[in-house]
Ligand binder design. Structure first.
Ligand code: ADP
Ligand code: MG
Length: 278
């Protein structure tokens, strides 16, 4: 095939146990994974399969009970506040509920300006900062001039999620973790958000880890798919291999649960051309 795939984030034996005794839950159970640069990777599984817990460990928001995580080929070190801050320059997330991710008392221009400052742009001239914010808004089809002086809660769910992506555009992390970013917004905005994720991969070169319980969405966007069941990764591979030729019983069950409108023929026809896959 073409160019060498570059390892970006990987894990070995990654495990998360919550509680102990009778309340013990093994949310993520001894998983291995390798995520490659510039890919859009989906992690698919039903509610409770451990997807969010895995994302929180990758982000460093919750501790890893056992196992190791490597970032850009090196063991990840987030042992101090400073190292964690450095790590977050390379990896960022957007979550299901966009309203929960903001300080709702910050105006939108402040939210965007903070991103520029986090990237070391505090001393840039004001006009240049405005130009950067304008570019970020236009990346997600928002008008910056209509955003200034507004508060996040004045936007719709779909607009909020687009603003989250505008933030990511400014922060330019190597990796974006997107935890069910479309599940709380209307169907109409849903496809748009997915297209912006693809645009981040294609135009900014970001590696995207997209969490979903929806096999159809995963097929629409992914290069690579990981299937999670009860804390375990039961199958992974290229989106075509996993979804058109599933091996694990659980994957087959997830595919059977999809309404018939998405049969494999429909999948092939609607599938976007993705880099390296066709
Ligand atoms: P998903 O995102 O796939 O729905 P989660 O990672 O949220 O799955 O949850 C996996 C399992 O871990 C579930 O059984 C859930 O109840 C449990 N769990 C998640 N967060 C916590 C927590 N903070 N304390 C205890 N148990 C948790
Ligand atoms: Mg979740």
């Amino acid at each position: 095939m073409s160019e060498q795939r570059q390892l970006c984030l990987s894990g070995k034996g990654v495990t998360k146990v919550y509680g102990h005794g009778k309340t013990k839950t093994i949310a993520v159970n001894d998983v291995d994974f390798e995520f490659y640069s510039g890919e859009l990777i989906s992690i698919v599984g039903e509610s409770g399969s451990g997807k969010t817990t895995l994302i929180k460990m990758l982000l460093g928001l919750t501790s890893v009970t056992e196992g190791e995580i490597n970032f850009l080929g090196e063991p990840r070190d987030i042992s101090t506040k400073h190292k964690k801050k450095e790590y977050w320059k390379g990896i960022q997330a957007i979550f299901q509920d966009p309203y929960s991710s903001y300080n709702i008392f910050s105006k939108i221009d402040t939210v965007l300006l903070d991103c520029i400052h986090m990237r070391g742009g505090r001393r840039l001239p004001k006009e240049q900062k405005i130009e950067m914010m304008r570019e970020a808004c236009s990346f997600v089809n928002l008008k910056f001039d209509e955003m200034t002086n507004k508060y996040p809660f004045e936007l719709s769910g779909g607009q909020m999620q687009r603003l989250m992506i505008a933030r990511i555009f400014l922060l330019k992390p190597k990796i974006l973790l997107a935890d069910e970013p479309t599940s709380m917004i209307d169907a109409c905005s849903r496809a748009t958000i997915l297209d912006f994720l693809l645009k981040l991969r294609d135009e900014v070169g970001m590696t995207i880890i997209f969490i979903t319980h929806d096999m159809g969405l995963a097929y629409y966007v992914s290069d690579t798919v990981f299937i999670m069941e009860k804390g375990k990764i039961v199958e992974h591979g290229s989106a075509n291999d996993v979804i058109l030729n599933p091996k694990a019983a659980y994957t087959i069950q997830l595919l059977n649960d999809i309404p018939k409108i998405h049969d494999p023929w429909e999948f092939s026809r609607n599938r976007r051309e993705v880099s390296g896959a066709g």
